[in-house]
Design a protein around this ligand. Structure first.
Ligand SMILES: C[S@@+](CC[C@H](N)C(=O)[O-])C[C@H]1O[C@@H](n2cnc3c(N)ncnc32)[C@H](O)[C@@H]1O
Length: 500
């Protein structure tokens, strides 16, 4: 085994004990890390638990080897910590933004080199600086600084770990290879003083495609991209036992369920509230076909997620297409829907969707809202109540009515999404917790205090597992929960009632 790989194994295995917060027990001594890199049949390397982990426990956390905000030059998030608000632009390159001098100093050794390179570019070339190109530039500069020992490296923070990442280069199609070669040339133009191996850079772009992670805020809004080489060892499952979330630039993987020793840690690379076909399509960039328990199950779940509803509005059965009969038949009551009729409603919805999204993109939320409402009503008659199509329309309506500050309508759509979220996601999924949180905040705003207390409690129960308990985001949630509790006790003691 290579020296760096041995060092990584030692670091992940950990030695001795660490102080950690143990649910229900306050702080306690737990075995540190307790992880191993193993070869997993059919998957390459994988991260395996070498001890048990409890739900919500941090399995591994890591700072990015390289990272970049998604929106370059516009100052949407700090180049170091990904915070937004009160950002200041680097006055020299005018590309990097920082939330303050602490972050600017943290990045300085790296940014000094990047800044010189970017400042030397023509305005035309600067426009070619996409997040992926910038990620590569930062990665190369970091490798240079570490090899010159200008910045430290460690067992979990060194270029060997990047080198060991899967690239799948032999499976990449020719068009993509040409694109990677052009991108490598551009990187060489940006960094003329460093002699680059262009083939290696092209391979590294391919590594980005199947290893880089989207850095999100606690509400899962994408902020940037980062390469976290130790976390990249974790394989995918559509029924994962762990979740990856971020606090600032730091990636945290937490257990979603009790993990026993020797269990492979898995996260989901994709949105899991989707049919098997859609999930497999979304996984194509990673060059494998998922064979997790969910992927090898029958099509019943897919028919629920994407299926049409029964003609009998009182029946909750799902339809499956009949072989060759040009109809869809309810699997519960056997009533059939004619394929032509289904097609007609589908194309009506499609036409309206085009209209609604053009209103949305021109910022006309109120017109978009009323067209989406019509779509939602058609979809209710057309799709099964657990359909993701109907779910996405309701999510869009929720966003629109939040924008329009029509809290009552927003709450109505939020509430309609919750049973579907609970059906399509596992119980401890950030999306479930976040939707309860939105619901709770709307109910609080509308003074449905008891409902707000219930929703915020549900939110906290889920999010303390997925997000931990220490972040500012969670502290705000706990604060709101306390406020709701106090208000409900006050109302109960004063005999007040609410109507929602
Ligand atoms: C982020 S890496 C994970 C670590 C990787 N196994 C390695 O050896 O470095 C993603 C790659 O791992 C493999 N992989 C991840 N999840 C898998 C799964 N469920 N089944 C098969 N291969 C998987 C695929 O080759 C994928 O492109």
């Amino acid at each position: 085994m290579a020296v760096w790989a041995e060092q990584l194994q030692r670091e992940l295995a950990g030695r001795g004990l660490a102080v950690a917060s143990v649910p229900g027990k306050g702080r306690g001594l737990v075995a540190a890390r307790g992880l191993a890199v193993a070869s997993v049949p059919g998957k390459g390397r994988g991260l395996v638990a070498a001890r048990s982990f409890f739900p919500g426990e941090v399995i591994i956390c890591q700072e990015p080897y390289a990272s970049t905000p998604n929106r370059i030059s516009v100052g949407s998030s700090c180049d170091h910590c990904f915070a937004s608000g009160n950002l200041r632009k680097c006055s020299v390159c005018r590309v990097a933004w920082y939330c303050g001098s602490v972050c600017q100093k943290e990045e300085w050794k790296l940014h000094q080199l990047e800044c010189q390179a970017i400042s030397a570019l023509t305005e035309e070339r600067k426009k070619m600086l996409t997040p992926t190109i910038r990620l590569m530039v930062k990665l190369i500069l970091r490798r240079k600084l570490q090899s010159e020992k200008a910045i430290p490296s460690s067992a979990t923070d060194n270029y060997d770990l990047v080198d060991a990442l899967e690239s799948h280069i032999s499976k990449v199609d020719d068009n993509q290879l040409v694109l990677y070669a052009q991108m490598a040339n551009l990187v060489q133009l940006i960094l003329p003083s460093i002699e680059l191996d262009l083939k290696e850079i092209a391979h590294t772009f391919s590594k980005f495609a199947c290893n880089a992670h989207t850095i999100c805020d606690p509400e899962l809004r994408p902020l940037g991209t980062g390469l976290f080489p130790a976390i990249s060892i974790i394989n995918h499952s559509c029924v994962p036992n762990a979740v990856l979330l971020f606090e600032g630039r730091t990636a945290y993987v937490r257990a979603l369920q009790p993990l026993s020793s020797n269990t492979e840690v898995s996260i989901s690379y994709i949105e899991t509230a989707a049919t098997t076909l859609k999930r497999h399509n979304d996984l194509k960039q990673y060059f494998f076909t998922c064979t997790c328990p969910r992927c090898i199950k029958d099509s019943e779940e897919d028919a629920l997620l994407e299926g049409y509803r029964c003609k009998d509005q009182k029946c909750d059965g799902f339809l499956l297409p009949d072989s060759g009969k040009k109809a869809y038949t309810c699997q519960k009551c056997s009533i059939s829907r004619d394929e032509e009729e289904v097609k007609k409603v589908s194309s009506e919805i499609l036409l309206l969707s085009d209209k609604a999204s053009s209103f949305l993109s021109s910022g006309n939320n109120s017109e978009a809202g009323s067209v989406y409402k019509t779509i939602e009503q058609l979809e209710q008659k057309h799709y099964h109540s657990f359909s993701t199509t109907l779910l996405h329309t309701r999510e869009t309506l929720l966003k629109i009515y939040m924008e329009l500050q029509d809290w009552q309508t927003a709450l109505m759509y939020c509430r309609l999404t919750i049973p579907v979220y609970e059906r399509v996601y596992p119980p401890f999924h950030p999306m479930v917790g976040l939707q309860f949180y939105t619901c709770g905040k709307l109910e609080w705003l509308l003074e449905y205090t008891e409902d707000a207390l219930k929703s915020l409690t549900r939110a906290a129960d889920v999010l303390r597992i997925t997000h931990g308990t220490q972040s500012q985001f969670m502290k705000e949630l706990f604060g709101k929960l306390e406020e709701a509790r106090a208000e409900v006790s006050f109302r109960l003691s004063s005999g007040d009632e609410q109507i929602s």
